[in-house]
Design a protein around this ligand. Structure first.
Ligand code: PRP
Ligand code: URA
Length: 209
């Protein structure tokens, strides 16, 4: 079974509360989303392996540490996942970025894939799949399947708000993928929206309400 990490830092909780408020406009919503992505990225990259190196400081030769092992790739699920990319790139500027395009059919709530463009060496990278909303889990699960079809074996999923139903689906379909979220909300409503949630993340980021 994969692990669910609820990243419950006070700064994240505070920023998320502002985002949940329906009066918060797109500019602030976008900025806060990227800030939270960076703060969560700090936690998500905690287990990156280090190797010892020798460096010469202006004072003397010393042993220091540098990140070793696989390089990173960030993969947002379009559209809303784009809102978390810059925050993560601030943290890991050399990461490559792939894109998976999915939207939820408004009637069935099932994901429909329309785009996939990934770095050619994605199978050799640690992949952080990002999407602010984990509702039914259909979109995240399909995106994870697509990444595995491209050979990815080391994937983490990062979202902002998760519903218990979405967590259960991703854990059932992808027990090897840990989930990182800023909040675990109560449930889904009849339209498969997260309650209390924050509404339609893509619309709030891009002002398409
Ligand atoms: C939203 C969200 C996720 C998906 C979550 O995207 O960004 O991708 O819904 O729902 P699920 O867990 O039930 O699959 P949406 O389909 O609204 O597309 P958009 O990002 O283009 O607005
Ligand atoms: N997608 C969103 O953007 N919000 C929800 O609450 C559910 C799916």
């Amino acid at each position: 079974m994969s692990k669910l990490h609820v990243v419950d830092h006070p700064l994240i909780a505070h920023k998320l509360s502002i985002m949940r408020n329906k009066k918060t406009g797109s500019k602030d919503f976008r900025e806060l989303l990227n800030e939270i992505a960076m703060l969560m990225g700090y936690e998500l990259t905690r287990d990156l392996p280090l190797e010892k190196i020798t460096i010469d400081t202006p004072v003397e030769r010393t042993q220091a540490y540098t990140i070793s092992g696989k390089k990173l790739a960030i993969v947002p699920i379009l559209r809303a996942g784009i809102g978390m990319v810059d925050g993560l790139l601030d943290l890991v500027p050399v990461a490559k970025v792939g894109h998976i395009g999915l939207y939820r059919d408004p009637e069935t709530h099932l994901p429909v894939t329309y785009y996939c463009k990934l770095p050619s060496d994605i199978d050799r990278r640690i992949v952080i799949l990002v999407d602010p909303m984990l509702a039914t889990g259909g979109s995240a699960s399909d995106a994870l399947t697509k990444l595995k079809e491209h050979g990815c074996t080391h994937i983490k999923f990062m979202c902002l708000v998760a519903a218990p139903e979405g967590v259960a689906k991703v854990q059932a379909d992808h027990p090897d993928v840990d989930i990182f979220t800023a909040a675990l909300d109560e449930r889904l409503n009849d339209h498969a929206y997260i309650v209390p949630g924050l509404g339609d993340a893509g619309d709030r980021i891009f002002g398409t309400l």
